[in-house]
Design a protein around this ligand. Structure first.
Ligand code: MN
Length: 480
């Protein structure tokens, strides 16, 4: 790998000569400072920061992020200080390097109060400049790619941490390519037997299905052309970890509805819906598999129409229909939303991405660092379900949440006055368990007797538990 690989990738989306010069300057500085260090693989150390910068260029990160990626291990491993980075480059780049250096020390598994406090500061800091976490993601991805040189224990530890922390972050930032690769690499070290077995099966089924898939691709391409809808179609195969998870649920490869996908890229939202009709006229949809993420985007802003049909053979094929812009957001993630000048998280981005909104909410709602860390792990990094309001707003809740949890997420008044919930059109009791993608309307009554005390143990989120407790505290005081 050489500096030219990086420069050529950056030039694809950035022609600013001053910035290109700055990137080269950072590379040669890093090369010089790391010159006496080697990686465990025996390679020169500079190969690592260079690889990190290349990963960042593939998500079209801005020049400051690339430079900080090249310098990310400098402060930790060499004599150069943050002050010197400020004077050689600028204070923005210094802040990014400083942020990454601090995250280096974070430990999510520790119970230690000081560590929890630092982690809190860091995660809150992420909402200030999300580029720090993008560099950290790229750093982790390259470390996972080169994990074979670590001890067996270290491999397992890193793979678990990657699945628990970095995969959810990559998902929440919408960086699907990074997320998929991190998952596959984690599986490779946690369960090598399954990894290699599925990898072989996947290759074979891909080979068997290719011909049928191309026939389907051409038929769709033609019908859209005949109807004057400009289009471009790509094929996609589910990642190994995704298949592994489906298999654990008892599905065979041919039963996985999105094992094979066609991505149909069109110009406008209108064309998305028109295309869906034409595609269904050729390939009737499987009942219940049609998803409209354009009218109801995922919390990470993923938008697309999904439908599943039998293709030319026996194999199910998922068709994703999206505009160019939607496709860009799905492959670049959050960086697709960056403005040229103002790349720091602005309020609009914070509200667009549920991840940041939740982070800010949890930060405000709890004073205890350990509790903050636990909530972050559960609510944001853990297994979540996504619930739709009738208006199409998406609210993220942990698995096992009830309509009461959902009600308190809306606001205190709705929580305090809930009497029932309409879940997907059906009348349900307040403590009904919610499932991913449920559409939920909360029924309230101002004359209700308030939340029941026993709900505290039955609802899931600390937020709902706390609110019900404080409802009773208040009633006790007012009765006095
Ligand atoms: Mn590193």
């Amino acid at each position: 790998m050489e500096i030219n690989v990086l420069i050529n990738k950056v030039l694809k989306y950035n022609n600013n000569l001053d910035e290109i010069i700055m990137i080269k300057k950072a590379y040669y500085l890093a090369e010089e400072l790391h010159k006496d260090q080697t990686r465990q693989s025996g390679e020169a150390y500079i190969t690592h920061p260079l690889a990190v910068a290349i990963i960042l260029s593939e998500i079209e990160a801005d020049a400051s992020t690339i430079v900080a990626g090249l310098l990310h291990d400098i402060v930790e491993d060499t004599e150069l200080t943050i002050e010197e980075i400020t004077s050689i480059f600028n204070s923005y780049i210094a802040l990014l390097v400083d942020g990454v250096t601090k995250i280096e020390k974070m430990n999510f598994s520790s119970k230690d109060e000081e560590v929890a406090g630092n982690t809190r500061k860091l995660l809150s800091g992420i909402t200030e400049d999300v580029r720090i976490i993008l560099i950290k993601l790229a750093d982790r991805l390259h470390n996972m790619r080169t994990l074979e040189f670590k001890s067996r224990d270290k491999q397992k530890e890193n793979a678990i941490e990657t699945l628990e922390i970095f995969v959810p972050i990559a998902y929440h930032l919408g960086c699907y390519d990074i997320k998929n690769e991190l998952e596959d690499l984690s599986l490779k070290y946690l369960n090598p037997e399954s990894y290699y077995k599925i990898s072989e099966e996947r290759k074979k089924l891909e080979k068997d299905a290719t011909e049928d898939l191309l026939i389907m691709l051409n038929k769709i391409h033609n019908i859209l052309n005949e109807n004057s809808i400009p289009n471009y179609i790509k094929t996609r195969i589910k990642n190994i970890y995704g298949i592994y998870k489906n298999k654990k649920e008892g599905k065979t490869l041919t039963e996985i509805h999105d094992f094979l996908s066609l991505k149909v890229i069109v110009d406008t939202i209108n064309d998305c819906y028109l295309s869906l009709g034409y595609i269904h006229s050729l390939y009737p949809p499987i009942h219940g598999k049609m998803k409209d993420y354009i009218s109801s985007p995922k919390t990470n802003m993923y938008r697309s129409l999904h439908t599943t049909s039998f293709g030319e053979g026996e194999q199910l094929v998922q068709v994703q229909i999206k505009t160019n812009e939607m496709d860009k957001v799905a492959s670049l993630g959050l960086t697709a939303y960056w403005q040229d000048e103002d790349v720091i998280m602005n309020d609009e981005l914070k509200t667009r991405f549920q991840f940041f909104k939740s982070l800010v909410e949890i930060n405000q709602s709890t004073g205890d660092n350990q509790e903050f860390l636990e909530e972050i792990k559960k609510d944001i990094l853990g297994n979540n379900i996504y619930i739709y309001s009738p208006k199409g707003d998406v609210i993220q809740l942990p698995h096992g949440s009830t309509a009461v949890d959902f009600a308190y997420k809306i606001n205190d008044l709705v929580g305090d006055n809930i009497v029932a919930a309409i879940v997907n059109g059906n009348y349900k009791e307040p403590l009904t368990l919610l499932k991913n993608k449920d559409i939920v309307k909360i029924l309230t009554d101002e004359l209700s007797s308030g939340p029941k005390k026993e709900w505290i143990s039955q609802c899931k989120t600390p937020l709902a538990k706390r609110k019900i407790l404080s409802y009773y505290d208040k009633s006790v005081i007012s009765e006095d």
